[in-house]
Write a protein that binds this ligand. Structure first.
Ligand code: FO1
Length: 312
């Protein structure tokens, strides 16, 4: 076990798997995940925080491994009934998952901030690592497409990421403040990791909260990023199409360029080892490691190797 304080910037499934590896090699009490809330939305009157839940369920050992999100073995009686009532069913909601959204929505209605609610949920589910939303303020990722501006989950789930992307906006970014504990965790960190998450819709929203990017830039801790692009393809989700549509190289180098001046060590997959010199020319160290977390042991190895690189 590393006795080192680690802060990880996290989106959904890829980040959750990395974090599960991380808490296998670092005391979970020393791990703080700062999680994207740009995907949050209100659906059927419920406040849904997909990335916070994906991270929480994964660390709690509850996640549906096949999807990477939702709860293993969850039933869908509520969704089925909603369908019979003529309500929207394009966003799959399991019955147990709905319980979490009900609790979150009720507590928000009572005036509790999202950060306190997230902390209550993770403790109730036995998660020892700290999970912080990037902000307690309203914040929404909006995707500009030929069909107009789409709220993130409309683009991602309802329309299945099929629209070309002109631009991505973060509504609320101007006035958002980092959630309590975020800046302190970054200041005190001994290692900072940008998880293998989508750089545009998972990591960029976190960095767009005023103060977070600046805190990372001035933090004494070294910063690593793990590429979510392997062999020119996203491991999950539309990151490769977003790189292409927004005019970037559809490779790990395209991702590394987005992290220029922020990251000390860039980790790409062994399949992309030949790209390392190009990444190093951007002014960061580059290491090629097996980044595909097909099994929990692989995620632990990856986390251990990333921390090893940061300690060097
Ligand atoms: N992703 C899907 O592709 N389809 C779904 O119906 C869906 C439902 C869902 C429910 C709860 C939850 O926490 C996540 C869910 N996701 C679903 C995943 C989610 O939309 C994305 O993974 C993130 O927003 C992107 O990180």
């Amino acid at each position: 076990m590393h006795a080192i304080k680690v802060v990880a910037l996290a989106g959904g499934v890829g980040a959750a798997r990395f974090l599960r590896g991380l808490v296998g090699v670092v005391d979970p009490c020393h791990v703080t995940a700062i999680v994207n809330t740009g995907d949050d939305f209100v659906h059927h009157g419920l406040h849904i925080s997909p990335d916070l839940d994906t991270v929480t369920y994964t660390l709690a050992g509850l996640v549906n491994e096949k999807n990477g999100w939702g709860i293993a073995g969850d039933t869908n009686a509520c969704l089925e009934m909603l369908g019979r009532l003529g309500q929207e069913t394009w966003f799959w909601l399991g019955d147990r998952d709905i319980a979490v959204h009900l609790a979150r929505t009720r507590l928000l209605g009572e005036g509790l901030p999202l950060s306190s609610i997230t902390d209550r949920i993770r403790r109730a589910l036995g998660v020892r690592a700290r999970i912080l939303p990037m902000t307690d303020a309203p914040f929404a990722t909006v995707i500009e497409t030929p069909e107009g501006a789409l709220p993130f989950q409309d683009y991602f789930v309802r329309r299945g990421c099929r629209d070309p992307i002109h631009a991505i906006h973060f509504r609320g970014a101007g006035v958002a403040r980092p959630a309590p504990g975020v800046l302190e965790a970054i200041d005190l960190a001994e290692a900072i990791v940008l998880c293998p998450s989508n750089p545009f819709v998972s990591i960029a929203p976190i960095l767009a909260v005023p103060g977070i990017r600046e805190a990372i830039e001035r933090a004494p801790a070294p910063v690593a990023a793990v590429s979510p692009i392997v062999g020119g393809k996203a491991l999950k989700g539309p990151a490769d199409r977003m790189l292409r549509d927004l005019g970037h190289a559809t490779t790990a180098v395209g991702v590394a360029r987005l992290y220029e001046k922020l990251v000390d060590v860039f980790v790409l997959d062994t399949q992309d080892a030949a790209l390392a010199p190009e990444v190093e020319r951007l002014g960061m160290r580059c290491a090629a490691i097996d980044t595909i977390m097909s099994l929990p042991q692989r995620a632990r190895d990856l986390a251990r190797d990333v921390l090893g690189l940061l300690r060097r």
